[in-house]
Each structure stands twice: as structure tokens, then as C-alpha cells.
Design a protein around this ligand. Structure first.
Ligand SMILES: C[S@@+](CC[C@H](N)C(=O)[O-])C[C@H]1O[C@@H](n2cnc3c(N)ncnc32)[C@H](O)[C@@H]1O
Length: 262
């Protein structure tokens, strides 16, 4: 697990997002055995940006740079914008040889980019840690050019399995983010870990000044059993069909939005 949160000394930022500065937690290793999820996410990003060319892109909360190499195929310059020094150290190794990928220490509510200086921003698997993402969404809005694109992933509480569970119990889906930490970790200093209701996030995106261009439902077949018995290529062929067809129902555990400024 990432470590506990610490308070920042800066005025603007209330909590320092350095929880991944934990030598006991190996985020590179987390991806072992998750080829299906990785490929499904790259598939979604490619679908959104295929045929486009960007001048300057940033992957906000990009970890060790897992997706930066893909972004570099579409953008002249890519910045890995990441608040954890441990992740940035891992990036030095992972991104070795990629001279056009810069790695900089910063967090999403205080991006060190000028206004309207990026024409592509991605933020993947970071919403998990943002129970109230509006300040971060507004900050991305600030740095994005007028015609720029923002690719946002959210951990989806309203996925099909949860909807069935709630229907059986005759309980409505919560609008607010749902804390998915264990009882033991459910306290102030522990890193936030939430799943979002996409309908709430759509309203938050609107408040931050974004319009939705496209939606995809991603990692629809995330299941250890399926991954064990169904060949990888078959999983991805089915995923390819499911991503757009199930998007509007927010079927999968992960929802990807392609956004532009309103
Ligand atoms: C689950 S990892 C995802 C990393 C990368 N985006 C990926 O998909 O491989 C979450 C990342 O979000 C970063 N993070 C957490 N809170 C953040 C914040 N407030 N602003 C920016 N990044 C943050 C963490 O340091 C970590 O690298």
C-alpha cells in the first residue's frame, strides 16, 4: 500500500500527494499479471487520440511513466507530472532512452505549467485518490489549450456488478464517492481510495468547464478467472467491441472520458 498522507507547507495545497513515496510498495510490480488491463487502457487512449498530433502532452499522476511512451507517439514532447519521488526514480529506469519525455515533481492541484500550454493532458488511475476532484479538474482546465484534449480515467463505482448488488438489496447507488479502504485503513492520514459515481463526475467536469467528447467503458472483462482461462488475444477482441458499446451504461470498472474545454 502507498504510505500515509503528509501536510504540505505550501499555501495552495492542503495535502501533499506523496503517498507513493513508499519503498515497501512496488507499483511497477503491481502491473505484473495485469497485461489485459494495461492493453485495454492503451486501446482506449489510442481510440481517443488516433490520427491526432500534439505539441505538448502531460500525464498527470503518471506514476513511473507506464503510459508516457504511448503518448510520445502522438506528441512532440511529453511530461510525466508526478508527485512521488519514488515513482520518478522508477521512471528514470523505465523511460531510459526517451529523451523527449521529461519527468517533473508536481501534483494535480498545483501543476507547474503555464496557462493554456498543453494540448493533451491524461490523468489515469488518479481519481481513485481524489474524493473531491474539482480543484484538480480546474487546474487541468487552466493548463489546457483552447482546442486541447483531456483524457480522464475514473474508477467506476456504478459498474455492472455493483448495480446488480444494489438492485438486489433495493438500495440506490450513492452519488458521493465510496471509500473502498479496509476498516483498518479508514482514517485521515491514510491515502484516500475511492470509487466514483460517473454521473457525479460528469457534473463535476461540467463545473470545471469541460464538455464530453467521447466515453469508453474499459477493462470490462477484469476477472482473475477469465484472465486465467481465456486467451489474451480473445479477451482483447471482446474488449474492443465492449468499450464503445457499453460506454453509455458505464458497464466496466473503469470509465474513460475524452474531454475538451466548453
Ligand atoms: C495508481 S497510480 C497510477 C499511475 C499511472 N497514472 C498509471 O496509470 O500507471 C496513482 C498515481 O497517482 C499519483 N497521485 C496521487 N495523488 C495525486 C495527486 N493529488 N496529484 C497527482 N498525482 C497523484 C500517485 O503518486 C501515483 O503515481
Amino acid at each position: 500500500m502507498p504510505k500515509k498522507t503528509t501536510q504540505s507547507t505550501k499555501n495552495k495545497t492542503t495535502k501533499k500527494a506523496d503517498q507513493y513515496d513508499n519503498d515497501d510498495y512496488d507499483y511497477v510490480d503491481y502491473w505484473t499479471g495485469r497485461d489485459y488491463e494495461h492493453d485495454a487502457e492503451e486501446m482506449a487512449i489510442k481510440r481517443f487520440i488516433k490520427g491526432k498530433k500534439f505539441k505538448a502532452a502531460a500525464d498527470v499522476g503518471g506514476g513511473y511513466g507506464r503510459l508516457c511512451v504511448l503518448l510520445r507517439k502522438y506528441a512532440d514532447k511529453v511530461t510525466l507530472a508526478e508527485p512521488s519521488k519514488v515513482q520518478l526514480d522508477a521512471a528514470k529506469k523505465f523511460l531510459k532512452g526517451h529523451k523527449d519525455i521529461d519527468a517533473k515533481l508536481m501534483q494535480a492541484d498545483e501543476l507547474k505549467f503555464k496557462d493554456e500550454s498543453l494540448d493533451l493532458v491524461t490523468m489515469i488511475r488518479v481519481m481513485h485518490h481524489l474524493p473531491d476532484p474539482v480543484p484538480e479538474l480546474k487546474e487541468v482546465h487552466r493548463v489546457l489549450t483552447k482546442d486541447g484534449y483531456f483524457v480522464l480515467e475514473l474508477a467506476n463505482y456504478a459498474h455492472a456488478r455493483n448495480r446488480i448488488k444494489h438492485a438486489i438489496k433495493r438500495q440506490p447507488l450513492p452519488h458521493d464517492p465510496v471509500d473502498i479502504r479496509s476498516e483498518h485503513n479508514r482514517h485521515e492520514e491514510e491515502i484516500a481510495f475511492v470509487n466514483h459515481n460517473p454521473k457525479t463526475v460528469v457534473r463535476q467536469l461540467d463545473r470545471a468547464g469541460f464538455q464530453i467528447v467521447k466515453v469508453l467503458s474499459v477493462s470490462n472483462l477484469r476477472s482473475p478467472k477469465l484472465k486465467k482461462y481465456v486467451p489474451h488475444g480473445v479477451m482483447l477482441s471482446i474488449e474492443k467491441i465492449m468499450q464503445p458499446t457499453l460506454a453509455r451504461t458505464y458497464f466496466g470498472p473503469s470509465v474513460f472520458f475524452l474531454l475538451k474545454k466548453k
